[in-house]
Design a protein around this ligand. Structure first.
Ligand code: B16
Ligand code: MG
Length: 219
């Protein structure tokens, strides 16, 4: 039988840390006197920390040196870690655990493909540190989404060809990364209206097994 895998994005798919990112960037921007709102925050989804900072600084009224940028990114990350330290398994989004349990029962491998360098801490807080067959995150890749590197790394760690992997993503950058990796992609949450996704659902709680299985080759 052909082996298949599902690679889950973390922020916005497994857990709503996307709101923690927003609050941490907002605190930093307010302190620096830089305009920041949820629309700008939307552009940060799936994008690495330093690239996110560059987007935040588009609205700054002076240039920032490399050293200043490094310090700002560290400050934001401190605010963010204060927030994610409060996470518990109850913060796992609806539908996620039943889906992952069902995938495991059917012998379908599961992995994380996240741009976040905080992935180990988040998975630990959620009680999922040893749950996945593979974890690929921002600590292990050079290029962030929409580059396919993180998803290709997850597939390589699983030993499953990209064409047999399905990605679950909430970010447009992540949808593009999955397609560039040659994978099918389910758009959820804020990617639920992305026409490039193979399948879209508002929440994983709404995803039926009958809808999901055609996404796999050979199942
Ligand atoms: P960190 P994902 C991404 O995670 C977030 O969507 C994005 O907003 C964030 O900037 C990026 O991780 C880096 O996060 O600062 O924790 O390294 O959606 O790819 O799981
Ligand atoms: Mg995400």
């Amino acid at each position: 039988m052909t082996e298949n895998a599902v690679i889950f994005d973390l922020d916005g798919v497994i857990v709503s840390t996307d709101d923690c990112h927003y609050r941490a960037w907002k605190r930093l921007a307010d302190e620096e006197g830089i305009y920041f709102d949820r629309e700008i925050n939307h552009r940060l989804r799936g994008v690495s920390r330093m690239e996110s900072l560059s987007i935040v600084l588009e609205r700054a009224n002076r240039p920032y040196t490399t050293e200043e940028r490094q310090a700002l990114a560290e400050r934001k990350n401190g605010y963010y870690r204060e927030l994610i330290n409060e996470l518990t398994p109850e913060h796992i989004l609806p539908g996620v655990m039943p889906l992952m349990e069902r995938l495991k029962e059917h012998g379908i491998k599961i992995a994380i493909g996240s741009s976040s360098k905080n992935t180990p801490l988040i998975l630990e807080r959620l009680g999922l540190a040893n749950y996945f067959d593979a974890v690929a995150d921002g600590n292990a890749v050079k290029n962030s989404k929409p580059d396919p590197e993180v998803f290709l790394l997850a597939a390589a760690k699983l030993g499953i060809p990209p064409a047999q992997c399905v990605v679950v993503e909430d970010a447009d950058a992540g949808v593009e990364a999955a397609l560039a990796a040659g994978m099918r992609v389910i758009g959820v949450g804020t990617a639920a209206c992305n026409p490039r996704a193979t399948l879209t659902v508002d929440s994983l709680a709404d995803l039926s097994w009958e809808e999901l299985t055609p996404c796999f080759n050979g199942v």
